[in-house]
Design a protein around this ligand. Structure first.
Ligand code: FAD
Length: 428
């Protein structure tokens, strides 16, 4: 957020404008600022989180009382959530029909160049510096990995889109599941912070398929993912309680285990399952985790460890650079089996099979788990099955250099299925 605001300030200044930062309740600060500059109107991009919707309504009402025009605009979505409804007029709960209807409801998109200069934006009004927001970590500075990984701001966002469209889009439909290759766009944080619009991503992707037809499959797959983002925002807009309550209400009675030790082992990437641990360490260092690995790591927490999805959601919220109330909650609920259009609870990812399938050469595992790097491909996905001599040669002592599995996959799976069965029979 700090670097994103600093980049915004810079690009406004390059166009002759400036960024005014004020701290406090939006309803007070926006109104005061509008009065300070003698504004006739206040225009802003709308948001979809329940707290933001409330705050925006208060701002609108306060401005209206003073005779100042207030206008909310869409911009962070491809299609506004009110525009997509079933034939009965209700909101969709299932992705595929939503996707079909949303594409139809989407307004025609044409990219316009951004303003070259900002005229009349000059009255010098007081504000605070980005630094005064206190967004940077104080000692100890844990942000080195984030700084190594990201270039916040519009320039960084456009560079990520360019890289993706030139290097990765052609194979995206396959590579998007392989955590060991840079096969995805890494645009999620840029999209979350509004540094790039999904409309730019959409139009630029379509143009790339028109120019190079071999990109078409990748482009379709990418656009579908952009619509998953839309679907998450849409669900949150229509079911604002989704961030804390299971979408399928009966799951409120699911026999989760509140287990602080298991949660901490998972958070630290010490479960003994290499794919889960590599993901959790990637998350801690970079603030991002590959989507396939997010699914496996989340599933491991809620199924093998039976920890409530809300505990995992909170950890992702604290650590992801793309942490987003809608996408985070919707995806956690999807994994836990209690979401709209969720994967059924009884479908339990096997973290070893997933690892062999999607990271066959172990590149991703070796990057994030250097202590296992010398193990051959055959054993790196499940080091506890390696012969003792081979572990010795690779310099790995299980329990010392790398943990033994926190739970046996088969036993964890059976426990999860038994919990589900009990829950279903209680439910009648
Ligand atoms: P790409 O594969 O390049 O996809 C392009 C864009 O589509 C992404 O930038 C993102 O905006 C959107 N997208 C892709 N997959 C999804 C999805 N499953 N749901 C919603 N939007 C999607 N994404 C977030 O942005 N914020 C979160 O807080 C978040 N929490 C998640 C928690 C769990 C448990 C899981 C399984 C997934 C979560 N995701 C979240 C979705 C997904 O993992 C990320 O959006 C994706 O990994 C971002 O990487 P990318 O930009 O390279 O994606």
């Amino acid at each position: 957020m700090h670097h994103s605001l600093a980049a915004l300030r810079q690009s406004l200044e390059q166009r002759g404008g400036h960024l005014v930062i004020r701290k406090g309740r939006a309803v007070e600060q926006v109104v005061r600022l509008a009065q300070d500059v003698g504004a006739a109107g206040v225009f802003f991009g709308r948001r979809y989180e329940p707290w933001a919707i409330e705050e925006e309504s208060r701002v609108e009402a306060a401005l209206k009382d003073l005779g100042i025009e207030a206008k909310r605009f869409g911009g962070s979505l491809l299609v506004e959530p009110e525009a997509v409804r079933t034939a009965q007029g209700t909101p969709f709960k299932v992705f595929t029909p939503f996707y079909r209807a949303a594409q139809k409801a989407m307004p025609a998109l044409a990219l316009k160049p951004s303003a070259g200069s900002l005229v009349g934006a000059e009255p010098q009004v007081s504000g605070i510096a980005v630094e005064d927001l206190g967004l940077l970590p104080s000692a100890p500075d844990w942000s080195g990995g984030l700084q190594d990984t990201w270039m916040p701001g519009e320039e960084g966002a456009l560079a990520a889109l360019d890289r993706f469209l030139s290097d990765s889009i052609a194979a995206y439909d396959v590579d998007r599941d392989r955590p060991g290759v840079p096969g995805t766009s890494q645009l999620s944080a840029h999209l979350h912070f509004g540094e790039i619009s999904p409309r730019v991503c959409y139009v630029r992707a379509r143009q790339s398929a028109e120019r190079e037809p071999e990109n078409a499959k990748g482009v379709e797959a990418f656009i579908r993912e952009l619509f998953w983002r839309e679907f998450c925002q849409y669900l949150l807009f229509h079911w604002p309680e989704m961030t804390s309550r299971p979408f399928r209400e009966e799951f409120a009675r699911f026999p989760w285990r509140r287990d602080a030790d298991a949660l901490m082992v998972w958070q630290r990437g010490q479960t003994g399952y290499p794919l889960v641990d590599a993901g959790m360490r990637e998350l801690w260092y970079t603030g991002w985790m590959h989507n396939r690995v997010r699914m496996v790591a989340a599933s491991f927490l809620v199924k093998h460890l039976l920890v409530p999805w809300q505990d995992g959601e909170r950890w992702f919220w604290d650590t992801l650079v793309d942490a987003d109330q809608a996408s985070n909650a919707a995806n956690w609920q999807w994994v836990a089996g209690c979401g709209a259009d969720a994967a059924p609870y009884f479908r339990i990812f096997n973290p070893v099979t997933q690892s062999r399938k999607f990271d066959p050469g172990g590149d991703y595992l070796r990057k994030w788990l250097p202590e296992l790097a010398a193990l051959p491909d055959k054993y790196i996905h499940e080091p506890w099955t390696a012969p003792e001599t081979l572990l010795d040669e690779a310099g790995v002592a299980l329990g010392r250099d790398y943990p033994s599995p926190i739970v046996d996959h088969g036993a964890g799976r059976e426990r999860a299925l038994a919990a589900f069965k009990d829950f279903r029979s209680d439910d009648g």
